[in-house]
Design a protein around this ligand. Structure first.
Ligand SMILES: [Zn+2]
Length: 116
């Protein structure tokens, strides 16, 4: 089984309960929930901050972006500018799917260690 290592402390992430996947431009990295908060407080003043991709907020924004992308790409709203907005909007949706496929689904929902 593939091990998911936290980008901050380099230790293994055992389940989806403690996982935060975050994106920073074109990078997608897994973090522990606590490590992500530490990381966030360190970089809050910087534009290079990491944005969480999973969780409720990530799901809602990915869904909204998908709607926006479909609307812009499949209608004539705003013409060529609309197509461009659609392509930009599809990017966070792609990230959400990548996070789901390559990180979240490789982890158990709750680590077996915790149920004991
Ligand atoms: Zn960590």
């Amino acid at each position: 089984m593939k091990h998911i290592l936290c980008h901050y402390c380099k230790k293994e992430i055992k389940d989806r309960d403690e996982l935060v996947t975050a994106s920073n431009w074109f990078r997608l990295r897994p973090f522990h929930y606590v490590c992500f908060q530490k990381k966030e407080s360190e970089t809050s003043l910087s534009i290079k901050s990491w944005k969480p991709v999973n969780g409720t907020t990530g799901n809602i924004s990915a869904a909204l972006m998908l709607l926006l992308a479909l609307w812009m790409l499949f209608t004539d709203s705003l013409g060529a500018v609309g197509d461009l907005i659609g392509i930009i909007a599809i990017y966070p949706v792609g990230l959400r799917l990548l996070s789901l496929m390559f990180i979240e689904l490789t982890l158990p929902k709750i680590s077996p260690d915790k149920t004991r």
